[in-house]
Ligand binder design. Structure first.
Ligand code: URA
Length: 232
């Protein structure tokens, strides 16, 4: 891999910023000064230092983020982008899947496109669990429809979901597909309306109760290993 790409992926800035660091003679590869921005290194065996500090290269990064309502799931750096909360030097992070602006809860932030793709692929039926509050209490017929799949006006279908009540107007709902506004549309199809929505789980990845709204942390090895089962 080129040294500029390697340093950029390790959090030393954009390719242009990294170029400046190399030109300033701050980079050493295996004890020799790096003089070329297009120098090729072996990321598994070469040892790289910037300002005498060992560069610890990790190709992929994985963070659990507790999204607050009022922020958009986008990588654009708008004032209401979730990325305003992610204070990391890596250039290529994105959210795996999206939550509506008014939805809060669990988002996986990563640069691992393959894992993200697999977690979102409908064929993999990855469970996503939400706490949902609504205007009217669901009746038996509503529950039956949610559990057996329902059709909204216009003919769109929703796959069967699991649901259980946690309060008079609050439920846990577990869906395996990720259609646009899926839960709000399911409730609308039942002449109901969602007043609050929070994702608390994706596969076995459970939103950490110690994360306040807007906070994030690295995934543990166990959490990551479990998510990666989807690749096998
Ligand atoms: N379903 C919705 O309606 N909105 C979300 O943000 C997620 C699932």
């Amino acid at each position: 891999m080129r040294i500029d790409k390697y340093l950029s992926k390790s959090g030393y800035g954009t390719r242009n910023e990294v170029k400046k660091i190399i030109k300033a003679k701050r980079v050493f590869v295996n004890d020799s000064l790096c003089e070329k921005i297009d120098m090729h290194i072996d990321e598994n065996s070469d040892v790289v230092y910037v300002d005498d500090i060992l560069v610890e290269y990790e190709e992929f990064h994985y963070f659990m983020f507790h999204k607050p309502a009022g922020y958009v799931t986008t990588t654009d750096l708008t004032t209401d982008s979730i990325m305003n909360f992610i204070d990391e030097p890596y250039q290529d992070l994105f959210a795996c899947g999206r939550l509506d602006k008014d939805t809060e809860g669990l988002l996986l932030i990563t640069n691992d496109g393959k894992l993200s793709h697999a977690l979102l692929a409908p064929r993999n039926h990855i469970e996503k669990e939400y706490i949902v509050r609504c205007v009217h209490e669901l009746n038996d017929e509503d529950i039956y429809k949610i559990e057996n799949g329902l059709i909204e006006e216009g003919g769109n279908t929703f796959m069967p979901a699991k649901i259980f009540q946690s309060d008079p107007l609050e439920y846990h709902i577990i869906i395996c597909e990720g259609k646009f506004h899926e839960i709000k549309r399911i409730f609308l199809a039942l002449d109901n309306e969602v007043t609050y929505l929070k994702r608390i789980r994706m596969k076995n990845l459970i939103l950490d109760e110690n994360l306040a709204l807007g906070e994030y942390r690295k995934l543990t090895n166990d959490e990551l290993e479990n998510l990666k089962e989807v690749l096998s």
